[in-house]
Design a protein around this ligand. Structure first.
Ligand SMILES: [Zn+2]
Length: 491
């Protein structure tokens, strides 16, 4: 491996090699091939996604002796000068507006711009961080851009295109660069590892791509660091997790499975591990939020992995499909919202163990929330218990009674489902007040015999266990239950 940073070694020298920006590079290549080149360009987009590299490639393509061309020949003097890590060319000037607003440079530039290029076809100015141009410099440049000499080209690069003064922006062709999709980044990183002859585990590759957050430069920097610290077996998942501070997938499995089982001890044990290992609680919650997001997608689209919506190794996908089936859809949305609020609450302050534990407490206790989502999460659980896994389809819940009077308007959807609940669980079989009054599980079967109208429980009815979390929806059952017997008489 060379001592040069990876992102410099693998900086693209032609548009075809720019990663993940085809929506920009393809039209640019067409414009070059058809010789419809404008005199001023604006490249905008997040940092590290290829703006400056593309500006240099455009300059190289324009000044190639066989050009202007969409494929610089790579042989002529201009191409060699302007190659990535090449010495540069006197006719291609790079200016950084961030340094001093470019006031002096712009005046100087205005004087020099009228002279013809020394050895190339065009004189090209690449102005980086162009949104930081001071008003004086911008006005000096504006004169040139309004009436440019034929040999002059401008390429502005910026992360904030809306801060460029309108009179300049409106005279440019604007090409917005985007964050690079994780999958594209992953392929690029895998290719680099091949070139470097370093083995890397696919799971580690996925982590690096995720850590790059859409920036090729960031991702390649991280990969360079991992390769530098890799042993004989190359870049392993364990190495990447430890160095990047991500939460191990096994830890997330433990937490999610514990939440689905209401197992507080395991959840707090995981919190203990996170804090003991010196991890950032915010990082842990962010990873947990991503996990819930994946589960929401899996819940809605069980074929998500096969269809490429989720990028997961097969065994992890299998485990997560089981996890997703343990939650109802509104359950998952509520959990994700709680974690999201927790992350927001931690912003600005030093996140503490206490904050993390409070979030976990809310995750474990849907019954503690009297919001609509809390009620829905509890109904999800009841429905899954009744139907053996799958929530009731909405069509199975016709409402016979005229008005759900005591229930608030916003809860009408909930009350319909409560009515369906009452139908499969008739009042004679399980009086609404019974579970709350029953202290122990073994006491529950004795309740029907004590009731005024004993009836055989139907086969699919599962009696409510008197957990504090689950018996509360019983109060929702009361109003429809009163109108129920004529609608669904027992055989
Ligand atoms: Zn050339």
């Amino acid at each position: 491996m060379s001592s040069l940073a990876l992102y410099r070694t693998y900086r693209p020298g032609r548009f075809a090699d720019v990663v993940g920006q085809e929506h920009v590079t393809v039209p640019l290549m067409r414009a070059l091939a058809n010789d419809r080149v404008h005199h001023a360009y604006l490249f905008s987009g997040p940092r590290g996604c290829g703006k400056t590299s593309s500006a240099r490639i455009l300059a190289r393509s324009l000044n190639c002796e066989k050009g202007p061309t969409d494929e610089p020949c790579g042989q002529c003097q201009s191409c060699l000068d302007l190659a990535p890590n090449g010495p540069g060319n006197i006719d291609v000037v790079e200016l950084d507006a961030a340094t001093h607003g470019l006031v002096d440079d712009a005046r100087d530039l205005r004087e020099k711009a009228h002279f013809a290029p020394v050895s190339s076809r065009f004189k090209i100015y690449i102005i980086d961080e162009a949104h930081q141009l001071g008003p004086g410099a911008a006005n000096a440049l504006l004169k040139l851009i309004e009436e440019p000499p034929a040999h002059l080209k401008f390429i502005f690069a910026t992360t904030a295109p809306d801060k460029i003064i309108g009179t300049i922006r409106s005279r440019t062709h604007h090409y917005p660069f985007r964050l690079i999709p994780t999958k594209t980044l992953q392929q690029n990183l895998g290719w680099i590892c091949e070139q470097e002859g370093v083995p890397i585990e696919p799971a580690a590759l996925a982590l690096v791509a995720r850590a790059g957050a859409g920036s090729a430069r960031d991702a390649q920097s991280i990969l360079g660091q991992l390769i530098a610290g890799a042993g004989d077996d190359g870049v392993t998942y364990d190495l990447a997790v430890a160095l990047l501070g991500f939460t191990d997938a096994a830890m997330l499995d433990q937490v999610v499975e514990a939440i689905s089982a209401g197992d507080g001890r395991s959840v707090y044990a995981a919190v203990d591990q996170v804090m003991d290992a010196g991890h950032d609680p915010r990082r842990f919650l962010t990873d947990l939020l991503e996990r819930f997001r994946d589960l929401i997608v899996l819940r809605a689209a069980p074929d998500a992995v096969a269809e490429g919506l989720l990028d997961l190794p097969p065994e992890q996908a299998e485990r997560m499909a089981i996890q997703a089936a343990r939650f109802g859809p509104s359950d998952l949305v509520r959990l994700a919202a709680v974690v999201d609020e927790g992350i927001t609450a931690m912003k600005g302050a030093t996140p503490t163990r206490l904050q993390l534990e409070l979030v976990c407490a809310r995750l474990l206790l849907p019954g503690a929330e009297d919001t609509v989502s809390g009620v829905q999460a509890r109904l999800d659980r009841v429905e899954r218990r009744l139907t053996g896994g799958e929530p009731l389809p909405p069509a199975a819940a016709p409402v016979a009674q005229p008005a759900p009077a005591p229930v608030a308007e916003t809860l009408s959807g909930v009350s319909k489902r409560a009515a369906a609940f009452a139908r499969v669980n008739p009042p004679a079989d399980a009086p609404p007040t019974a579970p709350a009054a029953t202290p122990a599980p073994e006491a529950a079967p004795s309740v029907p015999s004590a009731g005024p109208a004993p009836a055989e429980p139907s086969a699919e009815v599962v009696p409510l266990r008197p957990e504090p979390v689950d018996d509360e929806p019983a109060s929702m059952v009361e109003p429809p239950a009163a109108a129920e017997p004529p609608a669904a008489p027992e055989p």
